[in-house]
Design a protein around this ligand. Structure first.
Ligand code: AMP
Length: 283
């Protein structure tokens, strides 16, 4: 695996591959890799001739400086994992490489998509995500880029980015990878202490129950159920549980004629923010 810090160098190397007719798959990450990331990478390796992974903890998408400071890093471990699964290139730019001085800042318009849930709760977050993903897609110009449904709203933002800027890269959505006890894998899970880790699977267990309960309860009752389940645990604080239209992600307040919805949850365990989502089908 070749490790590259400079965008021009990466672009030059990839141009040689592209000229030779190789297809390029790309997985952007913030590092502290786990099996969730590796599943995306394995798909990228299987479906393309060459695979690029980027590791960049993007400061502009952190609205909370403490969260940025505490974000886990382990580049040596990450590169060994990537090497062992057969990733071809690891791109590890520094902040100055991705954000040169005096560069104009793009203001993106994602309409309602960035006004709800993570957009409302983390001001500026999706502007930061779109800024970095656009830059990475322009440098690498891959045939396919892989994103996890764990960050479902982010995935919808990136699909909108692709449409708005007519990017040729195909955006591939990958299922959520979970621990055996159901907890969605996340780099942030590393920061849970042993006791918090035993309680964290309650999040998915509660979400799972909403799949059955959504046909029996009103929207308000279902939200109350989730709130009570989560907040009755001393170690957890529910930030929000929203039920939305699966395409627009606009929260609904009453069941309408549709039968397909999404449930989105965010829970704080101490200063660790855990997110998850589930598809809900009413019958
Ligand atoms: P991150 O390093 O958290 O920015 O994540 C990089 C990519 O991996 C994003 O597209 C995430 O949605 C995806 N990802 C992270 N955790 C999971 C997971 N448990 N299952 C599937 N995809 C994931």
């Amino acid at each position: 695996m070749i490790i590259i810090k400079n965008k021009t160098e990466l672009n030059d190397i990839l141009n040689i591959d592209k000229d030779a007719g190789s297809s390029i798959g790309f997985v952007p990450t913030m590092g502290a890799l786990h099996q969730g990331h590796l599943t995306l990478l394995q798909q990228a390796i299987d479906e393309n001739d060459k695979c690029v992974c980027s590791i960049f903890v993007n400061p502009t998408q952190f609205n909370n400086p403490e969260d940025l400071k505490n974000y886990p890093h382990d580049l040596i471990r990450d590169s060994k994992m990537l090497e062992s699964i057969g990733c071809d290139y690891l791109f590890v730019p520094d902040v100055a490489e991705m954000y040169p001085k005096n560069e104009d800042k793009i203001i993106f318009d994602f309409g309602e998509l960035e006004k709800v849930m993570e957009g409302a709760d983390r001001p500026g977050h999706f502007q930061g995500v779109a800024t970095i993903v656009k830059k990475l897609l322009e440098i690498i110009d891959p045939d396919k880029a892989y994103f996890g449904k764990k960050d479902y709203q982010q995935l919808m933002i990136i699909k909108s980015l692709k449409e708005q800027y007519r990017l040729k890269t195909e955006i591939i959505a990958c299922d959520i990878v979970r621990e055996i006890d159901g907890l969605a894998m996340s780099s942030r899970n590393q920061r849970l202490n042993a006791l918090q880790r035993t309680q964290a699977p309650i999040i998915y267990r509660t979400l799972k129950n909403t799949q059955d309960l959504c046909s029996k309860l009103t929207v308000d009752e279902l939200k109350d159920y989730v709130k009570t389940e989560i907040n009755s645990n001393d170690m957890m604080d529910l930030v929000y549980f929203e039920i939305t239209n699966p395409d627009t992600l606009l929260p609904i307040i009453k069941w309408n004629g549709a039968n397909s919805f999404m449930g989105f949850i965010v829970v704080n365990m101490g200063d660790i923010r855990l997110i998850d989502n589930i598809s809900l089908v009413r019958n």
